[in-house]
Design a protein around this ligand. Structure first.
Ligand code: FMN
Length: 524
């Protein structure tokens, strides 16, 4: 079955990841409702609009795994394979998205249930559109850029930061020509993830979407522009970036860093056609959470790649949501001496990555307490923290000083090597393991007597003491080993017998803490 927005919604439904709400919902409440849900939401009845709204579709590891069609830990290799074996899109004449086509005076973007997100937004904001543009020299480009609704047939487009679409628009502006673009809303996540790759100029990110699909992505010919759109999308806007330059205030925007961005001066887009399926579903990609979660697999793929290149054996990688899935990496490695530092240098080379923590493979990189414990117990700051100044920054980092020169300021980067130091005895890192850990189960004690501890015999302390002495005559033993050796003897009897032997001065503990027969003291 071809992967579409609808097939993904179905996958969410089958896997218990989709909540359907039929109660009439106000579009202004959607942004606040979505983060309260453990599932993605399909708002079936949006007051004042004829189409449902889906949101929160990519807001967890499980949903990302469903979107990519593989277990979460396999996403990285799937992305890598897609980039190594891209498949060019295929042009088709018709597509489901053309079931309804409105052009000319019938164009009205306010018919779409585009919600507002924050209290500061300048207006309804399209957040999940795959924007396709073409340049005579560099070919096709795809990216996700937000578009604020302004007039019935006018939106903004946020291409304020340097990216490939901005480059195309600048080149058109130089020639005083509009730049045709299509905006496909409600695509399979393959297209969204592929188009957020920052591929080099001249590389069409939709070929990665083909790689992810294992077949070409179908692109339908444009109705009013020479640029195609995604044939199976729910909704498509066709338009032109007007050759007016970066002069129109747009925003403020909810940014991936969970903060409000400012007003941007952007170009405007004239919408020439609105096309959609007969019963379309509008996709309100939730800002910032879906933007955050979506980025994790992309950076994780880069992290695996650079660690592999650096010859470091990584076992787990987490690009953390707390770091907005853009700035922080926690990586677990099977360490040879020095690998902690090499891993830091490799990971900090990834653009945008600002802070890196390296742990051993006994630490769960997805458990913040475990990672912090490694930092607390394995790090000496003057030995294990690397700081690099003046590296390339991600402009949306609010901790950077405001630019005075118009240039983007550089950033500091930091790596923490929280692996066990090479020069301390391994015995310092013996973990606490409870007696019978993993063998006894709480549930067995809850189901009234189903499986309780096996009964032990009440024992004569004197006889138990003799058994213990007999054992210690052959070898030193931990307390737990003695318990293990005599499972049928009552716990209290063993503890009491050991206490008695202590009192009699017949046993003591060796340097490791094992019991031993006390050596007779030499006569003076
Ligand atoms: C949900 C979402 C919203 C985004 N919004 C914008 C945006 O408004 N402006 C922008 O420049 N980049 C935005 N991005 C990032 C671009 O899509 C990304 O940098 C892409 O690689 C740019 O492609 P390009 O360099 O081929 O133009 C967004 C990404 C996501 C996932």
């Amino acid at each position: 079955m071809t992967a579409t927005f609808r097939s993904y919604l179905e996958a969410l439904k089958i896997n218990g990841e989709l909540l359907e709400i039929t109660t009439a919902t106000d579009a202004r409440d959607i942004a606040a409702l979505v983060p309260q849900s453990e599932q993605a939401i399909l708002f079936q009845n949006v007051r004042g609009y004829s189409m449902p709204v889906a949101s929160g579709l990519l807001q967890s590891r499980n949903r990302l795994a469903l979107a990519m069609g593989v277990p979460y830990e396999k996403i990285e290799s799937k992305l890598r394979a897609a980039m190594e074996h891209p498949i060019a899109p295929q042009r088709v004449q018709r597509g489901a998205v053309k079931e309804v086509v409105r052009t000319g005076t019938d164009v009205n973007v306010f018919e779409l249930p585009v919600p507002v997100f924050s209290i500061m937004d300048g207006g309804p904001m399209i957040t999940g559109g795959v924007v396709i543009g073409e340049d005579p020299e560099f070919g096709m480009n795809a990216g996700v850029y937000r578009l604020m609704l302004k007039e019935r047939d006018i939106t903004g487009i946020d291409i304020v930061t340097p990216n490939n679409l901005r480059k195309f628009a600048e080149r058109s502006l130089q020639q005083k020509k509009p730049l045709p673009i299509s905006i496909s809303i409600g695509t399979h996540p393959y297209e969204l993830v592929a188009s957020t790759f920052k591929a080099n100029l001249g590389v069409n990110e939709l070929t990665f979407a083909g790689g992810l699909r294992g077949e070409p992505l179908a692109l339908a010919d444009g109705e009013t522009i020479p640029v195609p759109c995604i044939a199976d999308a729910e909704i498509v806007l066709e338009g032109e970036i007007l050759p007016e330059g970066w002069v129109h205030p747009e925003g403020p925007f909810c940014e991936f860093n969970r903060l409000m961005g400012g007003i941007h001066l952007n170009p405007r887009v004239r919408i020439k056609a609105v096309m959609h399926r007969k019963n379309p579903i509008y996709y309100a990609l939730h800002m910032p959470w879906e933007n955050i979660w979506m980025s994790a697999p992309i950076y994780e793929a880069a992290a695996w790649r650079v660690l592999h290149e650096a010859g470091v054996h990584a076992t787990a990688i987490n690009v953390t949501p707390g770091g907005c899935c853009h700035w922080h990496i926690v990586a677990a490695i099977k360490k040879s001496p020095g690998d902690g530092k090499n891993a830091i240098m490799a990971l900090l080379s990834i653009a945008d990555i600002k802070h890196v923590t390296i742990v051993d493979d006994d630490i769960d990189v997805f458990d913040a307490i475990d990672v912090e414990w490694a930092v607390a117990t394995r790090v000496q700051a003057d030995r294990d923290v690397l700081i690099v100044s003046n590296a390339r920054s991600k402009p949306l980092d609010p901790s950077l000083p405001p630019s005075t020169t118009g240039k983007i300021p550089t950033t500091a980067k930091m790596g923490i090597d929280a692996t066990i130091p090479d020069n301390v005895p391994a015995s310092r890192y013996n973990r606490i393991v409870y007696y019978n850990q993993g063998k006894v189960q709480l549930k067995d004690y809850l189901d009234s007597g189903v499986k309780q501890a096996p009964p032990t015999e009440p024992s004569d302390t004197q006889a138990v003491s003799q058994k213990i002495l007999g054992e210690l005559a052959n070898s030193h033993r931990f307390f737990a080993e003695l318990l293990e050796l005599f499972p049928q003897i009552d716990y209290r009897a063993i503890a009491t017998a050991l206490g008695g032997l202590h009192e009699q001065g017949r046993i003591n503990q060796d340097g490791d803490g094992k019991y031993q027969m006390k050596q007779p003291t030499r006569p003076e």
